[in-house]
Design a protein around this ligand. Structure first.
Ligand code: 6PG
Length: 236
């Protein structure tokens, strides 16, 4: 775990980490998080010094999850990426593998699985999965007490959640836990109690799905700011 002083430092540290990982890789595949936290990160990656630090033709963007809305909808994770990163760096369009949120949800999930099957030629193994955590302990669109948590064969599923946007498409644990690296970004005091529960409380993965992210052989790194970390018991 890395605890950064504030949200800005967190964003910089994440950008440096990602660029270091991607450098010198022939192909760098990343599944991106939606929501508010990573927005500043994507904006920073589109700016100097990071935008010119990467050969973007080698970078392939996937999404960890998407809301089932059209790509121009205000709640679309794709739209958030297109406002912050896509279009500001020389990413070939063929490197953008968005989830088709405009489709009927189960169709969108199958379509995403097919695009991953075509790209990875086998089970998807992302070089990096970027995840956030909701204040309820969800991550990607793996929400508490949902059937998506129990999925062991599908790579992506549609999931109905008790949220403004009822339907989402999410990568499942078989894919998320096959990643070479997982980076959690958590910021703000609003996440502090749940972060303590997830990291230092008893295992209760149905209630806190973020606890289910246990890469089989990959590395997991939590980057959090001091506000999010304020309730953690310092490790010895
Ligand atoms: C989404 C994200 C979701 C997000 C958490 C935290 O589509 O909303 O993938 O899992 O990471 O909800 O969101 P914030 O960063 O906005 O707190």
């Amino acid at each position: 775990m890395r605890i950064l002083p504030d949200a800005n430092a967190l964003t910089w540290a994440a950008a440096e980490y990602m660029v270091a990982l991607a450098a010198n890789q022939e192909r760098f595949t990343i599944a991106l998080a939606g929501g508010a936290t990573p927005r500043a990160l994507y904006q920073l990656l589109a700016a100097d010094p990071f935008a010119t630090a990467l050969d973007w033709s080698r970078v392939h963007l996937f999404w960890g999850d998407e809301r089932c809305v059209p790509p121009d909808h205000p709640d679309s994770n794709y739209r958030m990426l297109s406002e912050t990163l896509i279009g500001r760096v020389p990413l070939p369009t063929g490197n953008i593998h968005r989830i088709l949120g405009e489709l009927e949800p189960s169709k969108g999930a199958y379509d995403y699985e097919k695009s991953m099957a075509d790209f990875f030629e086998n089970r998807p193994q992302f070089d990096l999965v970027l995840l956030g955590m909701g204040d309820d302990g969800h991550t990607a669109s793996l929400f508490p007490y949902t059937s998506a948590l129990a999925e062991t064969s599908r790579w992506a599923v549609a999931t109905e959640v008790n949220n403004a946007i009822r339907w989402r498409i999410t990568l499942t644990l078989p894919v998320l836990n096959t990643a070479r690296r997982v980076l959690f970004l958590v910021s703000g005091s609003g996440k502090a109690a749940r972060l303590r529960d997830v990291l230092q409380g008893p295992l209760d993965p149905q209630r806190m799905p973020a606890q289910l992210i246990q890469p089989l052989s990959g590395e997991i790194l939590w980057m959090v700011d001091a506000a999010a970390a304020e309730l953690l018991t310092p490790s010895d």
